[in-house]
Design a protein around this ligand. Sequence first.
Ligand SMILES: *Cc1c(COP(=O)(O)O)cnc(C)c1O
Length: 408
Amino acid sequence: MSNTSLDLAKIRADFPILQRKVNGQPLVYLDNAATSQTPLPVIEAISDYYKNTNANIHRGVHALSQEATEQFEEARKKIQTHFNAKHAHEIILTSGTTHAINLVANGFAAFLKAGDELIVSELEHHANIVPWQMLCERTGAQLNVIPMTEDGTLDMGVYHSLLNEHTKVVFVNHVSNALGIINPIDHIIEKAHAVGAAVLIDGAQAAPHIVPDVQALDVDFYTMSAHKICGPTGIGMLYGKAEWLGKLPPYQGGGEMIDQVTFKKTTYADLPHKFEAGTPNIAGGVGFGAAIDYMRRVGFDAIAAHEHELLQHATEKLNQIDGLRIYGDVAKKVAVISFNVDGIHPYDIGTILDKMGIAVRTGHHCCQPIMDHYQIPGTVRASFAFYNTHDEVERLVAGVEKAVRMLR
Ligand SMILES: *Cc1c(COP(=O)(O)O)cnc(C)c1O
């Protein structure tokens, strides 16, 4: 069935967890939008770091400290290359997307006043809503919302009408984690820049599927988390244009982020260290770099082609189930399928699937505004990665059919 160039047997052998059973059945892991699984080269990079190199970075004269620093900075360069940032110091290593967005939103308090306006979309993860609401409370700025249409795409007409000379920041996701829809970020960025607004793109859900070029996009800030691209948890990145990061005040104070400290006045370190207070997640950074290497070896073109086949296969089969509705079933989307079946609570379907070893997510997926839009408590979400197979699609479909028979 598959005509893509991925050697799935070889790839799956890299992921020990895919070999295990859950509730007596071989695991079918379809919760990749929440977190991806970790391949051996990433696990080994982290374990090798602790076995051979472990030391604190940037301050030591001794060999281990210098090696640890080199490995951490090497990871930053891999990230820079992957996202095509102009400078390595435009890559800030954070604990993840949530931390990255909070860092930027917090910094903008220095630039905003009452009467300024911000634009968010109805499709956002709570991580790209709440930090900005907190910013609005502090500054008196106003939060405007680009609404979604019934098919899950953004209403661009309303977006255009919201933009004006008071607009200071626009923040939307590249790909919606709840629906899988790819947003027209090129256009969103261009229009925002035309009124002088900065743009932050939450790329957490795009990064496993798409390689964004931050320079070509001309985006001001781009965020993502390593754990969604086969890396470890607790590490992620903020890309920021050097001119913005230069202006933005530090988020946290402490060691590593300073130049000179006296009780009269402290001056801050240069980028990227200004935003990296305290001992960072060094092993996580090393694992992040290894994850990028791994994904690039598999190849993003092959990943996209294979995932597209899985998406088409699953969409076609699920749509044949009586009373099943897929939300956001549009052409431009990644392999994330959010659905409900008439009269059945998503949680009940998820629970029965789990008994069959099939891991999906149920609930609001940290996107309550989307659920409010459709007036539903949540959805069942099956999200695919490049290591998933057509057999697993068949097991999902058979599982949903069985759940529906049991629950009707
Ligand atoms: C996962 C995700 C987040 C949050 O990422 P963390 O790693 O929990 O900080 C934010 N936005 C989107 C679109 C996501 O998919």
